[in-house]
Design a protein around this ligand. Structure first.
Ligand SMILES: [Zn+2]
Length: 358
């Protein structure tokens, strides 16, 4: 356990008592907040678009503002005071210090952004920051598809492709806290450049950003009117459907998927490549980790459903190592867009600041 006094003199290292959690989900497109009860019930929400870039102080203020919105609404409802703040944020980040490292899907202002200190100073309770996919895995384990399953992998296919590894009932953190970044595993050695700078990573082939970029390069047009309005409303719910760009008129992954359904050969090739990359990545995950379950969440996975999961199941049966293939179940996530908020309850429960997750 670490006990430290931070630069501004605020004590860290405290343990959160049981009680409602102020949960913040800092995504590449939306920042959302809610007060979540210990049984995973959400109340009192706030939301705003995540600024893509800016001075770090202004970025931190924007996040604080969304959290204050939710807390104000909760105070109006006269709930119990909050016991802790949990943050599910775009990675990679350092979960012990609460500092974002270098998010590939956001601007340079987020590099080295300390989320924990301003939140601790503002709300006066213990603050726990973790990568969004780690928090989602905690949420699915506590309340969702992986209840009672102690060896599972969580994957999210949305703006990016993220992951988390649960082994023997614990999150695998790795030596520096960034284990489970399964989107940054190479699946195509001469493939496209990833947002992280790597070559042929799974995320560079199968993610909202990758599908939209390939669609733009192939000259596929964005949908208009009714369809576009539907993707905009999906984005407002926090889905990654229209998340590949901040410009609602720009081509999104949902546009490419719709073009495939309308018989566009170029779109079909892009979507097929995304599915093949996903299937190859999943076979590698099954062989490497021997999970009992792979839980797949995120806006793209939800929209594509069996079109994405079906070929991956076939690839596991055809080419994964037999003892691993025999026990693994590939299943959709159960908690939807709120998973990053709900997961802040197990993230903060019975934990001391500055400690690794249990
Ligand atoms: Zn990468």
């Amino acid at each position: 356990m670490m006990m430290a006094v931070t630069q501004d003199g605020v004590k860290s290292g405290a343990q959160a008592p049981r009680g409602p959690v102020l949960a913040i989900d800092l995504g590449a497109t939306w920042t959302r907040a809610a007060v979540v009860s210990p049984d995973g019930e959400l109340a009192a929400r706030g939301a705003a678009r995540t600024p893509f870039d800016g001075p770090s102080g202004r970025l931190a203020d924007a996040i604080l503002h969304v959290a204050e919105q939710a807390l104000k609404a909760a105070a109006a409802a006269e709930g119990d005071p909050i016991a802790a703040v949990g943050v599910a944020a775009v990675g990679p980040l350092d979960p012990r210090s609460g500092v974002i490292v270098a998010p590939p899907n956001l601007g340079n202002g987020y590099r080295g952004l300390d989320l924990a200190t301003p939140l601790r100073r503002r709300f006066g309770v213990p603050v726990f920051v973790e990568r969004d996919t780690m928090v989602a895995a905690l949420g699915e384990h506590a309340y969702g598809a992986a209840q009672g399953v102690d060896d599972f992998i969580y994957l999210t296919v949305s703006t990016g492709l993220g992951g988390a590894i649960f082994s023997r009932g614990r999150l695998l953190t790795g030596a520096s806290g960034v284990a489970g970044e399964l989107g940054h595993v190479p699946v195509l050695l001469d493939g496209p450049i990833c947002g992280c700078g790597g070559v042929g990573h799974l995320e560079a082939l199968c993610s909202g950003t990758a599908i939209a970029r390939a669609g733009r390069e192939a000259g596929i047009a964005a949908r208009r009117d009714a369809d576009a309005a539907m993707s905009a409303s999906a984005a407002l719910r926090g889905s990654a459907d229209a998340a590949a760009s901040t410009d609602p008129r720009a081509l999104s992954a949902a546009d490419v998927a719709a073009a495939e359904r309308n018989g566009d050969e170029r779109a079909a090739a892009i979507m097929r490549r995304a599915r093949e990359a996903f299937a190859a990545g999943v076979v590698g995950i099954v062989n490497a980790f021997n999970p009992r379950m792979i839980v797949v969440g995120g806006g793209i996975a939800r929209a594509e459903g069996e079109r994405l999961l079906g070929p991956a199941r076939e690839a596991i049966a055809a080419s994964a190592l037999a003892p691993a293939a025999a026990v693994v179940e590939l299943t959709p996530a159960a908690l939807g867009d709120d998973v990053g908020l709900i997961g802040c309850v197990p993230l903060t429960a019975d934990r001391k600041e500055g400690s690794w997750q249990r």
